[in-house]
Design a protein around this ligand. Structure first.
Ligand SMILES: *Cc1c(COP(=O)(O)O)cnc(C)c1O
Length: 428
């Protein structure tokens, strides 16, 4: 596969852009490859500037649930373009989007539009702090909530103490307000609340974790978070930037979205953040929740949050079109699930116990176990190289999920299953 133009552009890019990319994982450093510079994408195919075509399982890291350049979404954006790119004044479609969000995710009674998932979570945390009058927040190791200062944090060495930032440039004074706990560790959460529950403004969690591979919440984990936050007067924030409209129309908090969680155990958060799919491929995200809490946001209340391009007409056009298409198609999630399970079954069968495959809805992650002297990282890098050379585009990081879209055809799924199986046949 030729990558002459991508290589040349990458060389140029590195001189003027950090690492040559506008988001670190795109640099493909983990897998030791040159990033493909993309020219265009339609349906389930993505084409790079050298003319190589791939079946795409990155789907722009989540937004592309309908596939690339869905004609109806593109038409909606084009029509919006003709009417003007941005006004800095309210528009009808913003109201329509907020109403759609409330209809599909009923806990989001009142919501505000922002431009990225990072901004949505940052703002939701600020609202939680303003509403409760408390400073501390609790997050889980391995969950990603964007790159705002207080959330780029991992656990330090001691229990209940010493969180450390995962980035330079974050003051220790910010980090000390973020408590980091292992995902699914009910006992640890209880201990933290017993020790400092009355200073915790919010627990922020991915209800299904999808930024460390895909990790399902253990039965009872989300319920415990709901109970303990209620008991101590803290808020529960579900970061559904990935899971929103991906696990189902209602996201992870929707009925039946998380396997093995009975309706009686379904957890509804106080605040929710949406991103990725809600923008339909444009930069848009939403945070919202219980009316009483969201009334704290300016100008109704005293928690300040604003945005020059928030509620942008093109982004709302793409978002509204995408949500309407999802809503109008009662079988879409079933189709997505079926295709994803086909991929999972092929990998499980071919890898003969040398991987752990996790799927939920149209998310899939392949956790490579060290095998025959090769580390998990080395095996993933080899997998990435094998697939991309054969026209299959997966994430250049083993902690990122694979995304299946409605545009993936059965024949492309079959081809993918074949290529993936051959990888393992050659050498497990
Ligand atoms: C992608 C992601 C974010 C950050 O969204 P951006 O739009 O990249 O800022 C936050 N939370 C979760 C769960 C995500 O997957």
């Amino acid at each position: 596969m030729v990558e002459v133009k991508s290589q040349a552009l990458f060389d140029r890019a590195r001189k003027v852009i950090p690492g040559g990319v506008n988001s670190p994982v795109r640099a493909c450093a983990e897998v030791g490859r040159v990033p493909r510079f993309i020219r265009r994408a339609h349906g389930d195919r993505i084409v790079d500037i050298d003319g190589n075509e791939y079946i795409d399982y990155v789907c722009s890291w989540g937004p592309g649930i309908l596939g690339h350049a869905h004609p109806k979404v593109v038409a909606a954006v084009k029509a919006a373009c003709e009417e003007g790119l941005t006004f800095g004044a309210p528009t009808a479609r913003e109201v329509e989007l907020a109403e759609l969000v409330r209809e599909l995710v009923p806990s989001m009674e009142v919501s505000r539009m922002v431009n990225s998932g990072t901004e949505a979570v940052m703002s939701a945390v600020r609202v939680a702090r303003g509403f409760t009058g408390r400073d501390d927040i609790l997050k889980f190791e391995g969950c990603y909530h964007g790159h705002s200062d207080g959330l780029l944090v991992k656990a330090g060495s001691g229990l209940l103490t010493g969180s450390v930032s995962t980035s330079a440039g974050v003051p220790a004074d910010f980090v000390k307000h973020t408590i980091v706990v292992p995902y699914n560790d009910v006992k640890f959460v209880e201990e933290v609340f017993a020790a400092r529950g009355h200073s915790i403004a919010a627990v922020v969690v991915e209800p299904v974790a999808a930024n460390m591979g895909v990790v399902l919440p253990k039965p009872g984990f989300l319920r415990l978070l709901r109970e303990v936050t209620r008991k101590y007067g803290a808020l529960l924030i579900f970061d559904e930037v990935i899971t929103g409209f991906r696990l189902g129309l209602g996201g992870a908090q929707g009925v039946g979205a998380i396997p093995d969680v009975p309706e009686s155990d379904r957890v509804v958060p106080d605040l929710t953040t949406l991103g990725k799919i809600v923008g339909g491929g444009m930069p848009a995200a939403v945070y919202g929740g219980r009316e009483e809490i969201m009334r704290s946001v300016a100008p109704d209340g005293n928690v300040y949050q604003a945005g020059t391009l928030s509620g942008n007409p093109l982004a709302t056009a793409a978002g509204v079109a995408t949500l309407k298409l999802l809503k109008a198609d009662p079988w879409i999630y079933e189709r997505l699930g079926k295709k994803t399970r086909r991929l999972a079954e092929a990998i499980v069968a071919a890898s003969k116990g040398t991987t752990r495959v996790t799927t939920v809805a149209s998310l899939l992650s392949v956790d490579f176990l060290p095998w025959e002297g090769e580390s998990a990282d080395e095996r993933y890098a080899r997998w990435y190289g094998y697939l991309i050379e054969r026209g299959i585009y997966v994430a250049p990081s083993r902690f990122e999920a694979m995304f299946v879209s409605d545009a993936h055809t059965d024949s492309d799924i079959s081809r993918t299953c074949e290529v993936m199986s051959r990888f393992f046949a050659k050498k497990a």
